[in-house]
Design a binder for this molecule. Structure first.
Ligand code: NAP
Length: 297
């Protein structure tokens, strides 16, 4: 990648209802806060999110070269589709909406069990050779699914976007409870965290402030009173918000994850970016993990 990637990525899934001025303000605020990486998907807002972003891009000459744009494909209405035809068509449509002739990163959004890896390889190679996509990754994929793809792909899979937050810790629970006869010991992802570290695949943590599957934000939520108390206390000690501590908790992990934040408010984004200057000790890191309701064996 020509530009150095920032560790905080602005997720654009929730911008569909903003007006152009607000999207422009959010992009400006990202750059001002040192965030140059933007995450999209063909399906966000039914294409509206890419379209709004593209309108701002087209109105600001020079902006394209300063930023990294990532988009995703593969989810369709009621099914998943990693066919060559769909991947190529989806990228062309994203480029049109984004009003650019390349994306820096393309991710396969969710595993398609009907995937033919050689077909994906043909699609990726065509996209790479035409200059439409500069590098590739996946999202919500297990180690073996990545191995299967990688067996055919000439391109290296560089990213895996996965749900991870203080209140969604599946990726580390099993590793902390090896061989225990309890639910957190269940390995639901095939050891994806360790696998990505071994293969130098950057994990992009999505929904860093949410619990459940889009059930809500844990900040200020009564079910997460202990977690909020700890985040707020550490935040006060370090002069940052609870949201920044929650993001710092992800950044602190030695897997060197990126964090895809989904705020639509410039002030929230600015607050969150203070996460990069938070120092969490090992003790504080585990304290946050336990305060979210997790037990250590
Ligand atoms: N690969 C996948 O399958 C997948 C799935 C889901 C999401 N994603 C990506 O991940 C990105 C982030 O997901 P997400 O939006 O669920 O993440 P998130 O950052 O956990 O949640 C963002 C939401 O939290 C709210 N929020 C409340 N208080 C906040 C505070 N103090 N600071 C910041 N935000 C606060 C935001 O509202 P305000 O706007 O009012 O700040 C916004 O509605 C998406 O945009 C998308 O790019 C990927």
């Amino acid at each position: 990648m020509a530009l150095a990637e920032t560790r905080i990525i602005l997720g654009c899934m929730r911008i569909a209802n903003l007006d152009i001025a607000a999207v422009r303000e959010l992009i400006d605020a990202s750059l001002a806060a040192g965030v140059n990486f933007f995450d999209h998907a063909d399906i966000y807002g039914g294409g509206r999110c890419e379209e709004l972003f593209g309108t701002v891009l087209a109105s600001q000459p020079g902006l394209r070269e300063k930023i990294i744009i990532q988009t995703k494909c593969g989810i369709r209405r009621g099914f998943y589709d990693f066919s060559k035809e769909h991947i190529l068509r989806s990228v062309d449509q994203s480029l049109q909406r984004l009003r650019t002739d390349y994306v820096d990163v393309l991710l396969l959004h969710r595993p398609d069990t009907l995937m033919e890896p050689d077909e994906v390889a043909e699609a990726f190679t065509a996209l790479e050779e035409s200059g439409k996509v500069r590098c590739f990754g996946v999202s919500n994929h297990s180690p073996l699914q990545i191995e299967l793809l990688q067996r055919w792909l000439p391109q290296r899979i560089r990213f895996n976007q996965l749900q991870f937050s203080a209140a969604h810790t599946g990726m580390i629970d099993a590793g902390l409870n090896v061989n225990m006869k309890i639910d957190p010991a269940v390995d639901r992802d095939g050891g994806i965290l360790e696998y990505c570290r071994l293969r130098e695949i950057t994990i992009q943590a999505w929904s860093p402030l949410q619990f459940g599957f889009f059930d809500g934000v844990f900040l200020g939520h009564p079910d997460y009173a202990d977690l909020n108390r700890v985040l707020e206390r550490i935040g006060e000690e370090q002069g940052v918000s609870a949201a920044a501590v929650a993001v710092a908790w992800i950044l602190r992990h030695p897997a060197k994850m990126q964090v895809v934040v989904g705020t639509t408010k410039p002030n929230h984004l600015q607050e969150i970016c203070a996460a990069e200057r938070v120092n969490l000790t090992r003790e504080q890191w585990y304290e946050i993990y336990r305060a979210a309701g997790n037990k250590l064996p």
